[in-house]
Ligand binder design. Sequence first.
Ligand code: HEC
Length: 196
Amino acid sequence: MKTFLLSMITILIFAGFLQSSMVFAEDGATLYVKLTCNTCHGNQGKGMIRTEDKAKYSLKRKALYKKLVKMGMPAPIVKKLRPLYRKKFRDESKYINAIKELIGENNTKKYKKLIIEISGRVYYKKGELIPGFENYPRHAGNKKIYLFAQMKDILESRRTNGNSEAMRGIKPFLDSNKVTDDDFRSIAEYLSNVKD
Ligand code: HEC
């Protein structure tokens, strides 16, 4: 019984050891996401950039119809746009197609710029940096040894500037997951190989 217990304990300890040391024995790309690095450095270390456009087109308010007339669109044509009242479009081309159906191809061509200007609201465009992350570094294609050294220096407080605390915020999370230098190296390797 004693030997049985002992071997059970050994197995348990070994299993525990395996679990803690193997949790992140994964490739750099997986680690990069699992360790939430992407939430500040963006997809593949390319920075926090918008991945799609966000815009809205609508002629919801009466004031917008009035504005169109004021800006030179004939009232009878503007009136034809009434079915668009309360409709919202997120896609410019769908919006323009809906307009074409109501006022015809030529008029649409003629007034497209004006209509978009008055009824469109562009929130952001694909490729733009997300506010708040403008001065966070991107890593894609940087040297592996540089990336590794900077990670270590920031996390171990040898590198400090106005931004460093933000990165150090995840230190307890990294520590609790027993992230090793080899893990950091494989992340650095992965990032250094991302084509920009
Ligand atoms: C909460 C946001 C945040 C998270 C999460 C985060 N970082 Fe950072 N990281 C930063 C900021 C901000 C800096 C700039 C710090 C500075 O200049 O000292 C930085 C700097 C770096 C640098 C130095 C880059 C250079 O060009 O000098 C590396 C490398 C890096 N981070 C890797 C990582 C990795 C790997 C992870 C995931 C384990 C990670 N970061 C998670 C915010 C973050």
